[in-house]
Design a protein around this ligand. Sequence first.
Ligand code: CA
Length: 440
Amino acid sequence: MTYALNETHDPKLKSFVASANDGVTDFPIQNLPFCVFSRADIHDAFRGGVAIGDQILDLAALAKLHLLSGVAAQAVQACAEPTLNRFMGMGRESWSALRLALSRLLSEKNQHEGTLRACLVPQSEAEYALPARIGDYTDFYASVHHATNVGKLFRPDNPLLPNYKWVPIGYHGRASSVAVSGQKFHRPVGQVCGAGQTVPVVQASKRLDYELEMGIFIGTGNALGETITIDRAEDHVFGLCLLNDWSARDIQGWEYQPLGPFLAKNFATTISPWIITTEALAPYRSAFTRPADDPQPLPYLTSADNSAAGAIDITLEVFLETAQMRESSANAHRLSQGSLRDAAYWTVGQLVTHHTVNGCNMQPGDLLGTGTMSGPVEGSQGALLEITEGGKKAVALSNGETRTFLEDGDAVIMRASCVREGAARIGFGECRGQVLPARV
Ligand code: CA
């Protein structure tokens, strides 16, 4: 079931950490997202942390204070480890108990303020690691607008394949090349075969792109052979992050039939360091609906809770920062703005349930990508392939440069936030990655 609102969501809550209360931070006390971090200036161990304003609450340091009791105490011990997998596997009761304990500890009226201040690390002095050891990574294709836009480019007569509105489409991706925000990677080299050519050449990709996605971290898994039903799907989801599924369109165009993406996608995938828990997202849920003339989801993908609150209203933005912008300290150019709610054809719960309908097993820390989250309107497309209509229409950037696809030195920055009347504004931090020249 989706989470009910509780005292941790109260928009009036304030923290003794002043930067959490300024109304513009991504990390007010109502958010409390998890990361794995260490101090950038010394060789200390990576461990779990929780964002509060511009600080990180060091959960390994907190665990040593023995301020918590019961389930929350066991949970914070698990968060002292260099990955959050064990904490993720503890389940919803443990995640909620720790969230409640942290909300109370970080609130402005806390008797332990002095002790807790010693557990804060400024985010500006931290470096991040992947929050979990990702055993398996699956990427979906859950925006019907993206599927239609891309389908038009690859198959003008037949943009949306007949299965699309019935089955959540996905493929098994590569976990090893998923890295945390700040990732820099070399432009990939691969086989491409241009229009009218019959013999491919091996070269650096000339059509390098990003894909704006949400990442879904699985908390508790399921045994091989068991299904996670739609009623229970939300209970298995630990939280969401931003995900950039970098894509080489020219390599993709040549290799993707008949078995789907392969080397066009597995050279780099970047995620934001912070996992926003499903519980933190509770105030921003929306009804899940389908257009009247579309098929309704099959019964195994339908529940009253999923219909009432399956969607999530998350504003998604993508910015491009070119090398020239960095050198001249110009602002990054915003390429798109949209909402997960408008883009996603399937809910998070439906993706989890569909993935396990055949008995496929999930494990704590497994990562699902939603697929490129393109909205229905101009300006909300989540990839350059769509924005430039396959490279035909260059984008004019705010500093006078233009782009069809990414150039060396380009950094792509993704941000997300949730805003709703009667709730605090929360954000996802940023997911940043940069293209380096191809290795030659
Ligand atoms: Ca993708």
